[in-house]
Design a protein around this ligand. Structure first.
Ligand code: SF4
Ligand code: SF4
Length: 330
């Protein structure tokens, strides 16, 4: 596979999309962003990290990353939030051969979305295709399907599909009927039961792009982190994975990156036998998997970090065998 471009800087991992997405992502919000920046006074903190942005009239400007982070989601209008980022078609590729269930994707997503331990937009499941095959770790976010059953069944329009491929939920329209949860073949959705302190986050006005503040009695799920995409950053899960398992990018530009390696999406899929989960359902997911061949880590490494994970899977015969062989520490 031909690498289109390679970035080695781990410190720059979060600001990945400078390569392909940055210019047009920032154009989308350029007017608001630039005027917002101009009102930021000298007393504002700086990080020393510079980020290049394209203004609406085509000029390249360099600003401090600290100020980018001040770009509030509130500047995105509800109409923009429903339409998405123009000319983009977001896609995720998950390399199962590199996953060792480090769970950093889960934790990064939970932290970024103010979720509790048991609320997982990203789930890492233990999967076994058949009795003869070895199980493997399977990170599973929302698949942001092109034919999403959840959108079809939602009676209020709370769940919607954007032009950039992202499926979001507007909790101000959600009545908590759970039709979408029932219709999703991938169980990607969570019902928001609480706790109460989660609903008191007044740090920003509500936006479906952040799902903050959360609303009790509504449905929530993986959103592909559109607020980060507007800032030219990788989703929390992709930023957080130490193994570079999660690639993210734009189908239109045919580019995906895990923050260190940037490659052609089509070549990655063709060369590595990429596939979509339960393809036969016809939902056309925008998450692709690279098969778990030549795995870089033995399965038992996935039990190193969290005893609760063993609780989940201790009755699986393959896991019981690993325990018997003392490959899993109890
Ligand atoms: S629970 Fe909310 S998002 Fe889901 S179908 Fe009902 S109204 Fe729509
Ligand atoms: S894309 Fe964002 S919301 Fe979805 S699993 Fe990754 S971090 Fe969570």
């Amino acid at each position: 596979m031909k690498k289109q471009e390679t970035e080695k800087s781990k410190t720059n991992r979060r600001n990945f999309l400078k390569l392909g997405l940055m210019s047009s992502v920032t154009v989308v919000a350029g007017t608001s962003l630039i005027s917002n920046l101009s009102s930021i006074g000298e007393e504002e903190k700086t990080s020393g990290e510079k980020v290049r942005l394209l203004t609406p009239d085509g000029k390249m400007v360099e600003v401090d990353a600290e100020n980018i982070n001040k770009y509030p989601e509130a500047l995105i209008t509800p109409a923009e939030a429903r339409k998405g980022i123009p000319d983009r078609k977001f896609v995720m590729v998950i390399d199962l051969a590199k996953c060792k269930n480090a769970r950093k994707c889960v934790e990064g997503c939970q932290k970024g979305h103010n979720l509790d331990y048991h609320e997982e937009f990203m789930k890492v499941q233990l999967i076994q295709n058949n009795e003869e095959s070895d199980p493997y770790w399977f990170p599973k976010p929302c698949f942001h399907c092109d034919e999403p059953p959840c959108v079809t069944v939602c009676p209020t329009g709370a769940t919607f599909k954007r032009d950039d491929g992202i499926v979001l939920i507007d909790n101000e329209r959600c009545i908590g009927c759970k039709f979408c949860m029932t219709s999703c073949p991938y169980s990607a959705r969570e019902f928001n039961w609480g706790p109460k302190n989660k609903f008191e986050d007044k740090s920003q006005p509500y936006s479906p792009e952040t799902q903050v503040p959360a609303a009790e009695g509504t449905v929530m799920k993986c959103d592909f982190c559109p607020d980060l995409l507007r800032q030219g950053k990788l989703p929390y899960c992709a930023q957080s994975c130490p193994m570079g398992v999660i690639y993210f990018g734009d189908k239109n530009e045919d580019i995906v990156t895990n923050g260190e390696e940037t490659v052609r999406f089509s070549e990655l899929i063709n060369d590595r036998g990429g596939y979509r989960y339960l393809e036969h359902l016809g939902t056309k997911p925008n998450v692709y998997y690279l098969p778990p061949v030549n795995k870089q880590f033995p399965l038992e490494r996935g039990f190193d970090h969290d005893k609760e994970i063993l609780e989940r899977y201790k009755d699986v015969p393959y896991v019981q065998e690993l325990i018997k062989q003392k490959k899993i520490k109890l």
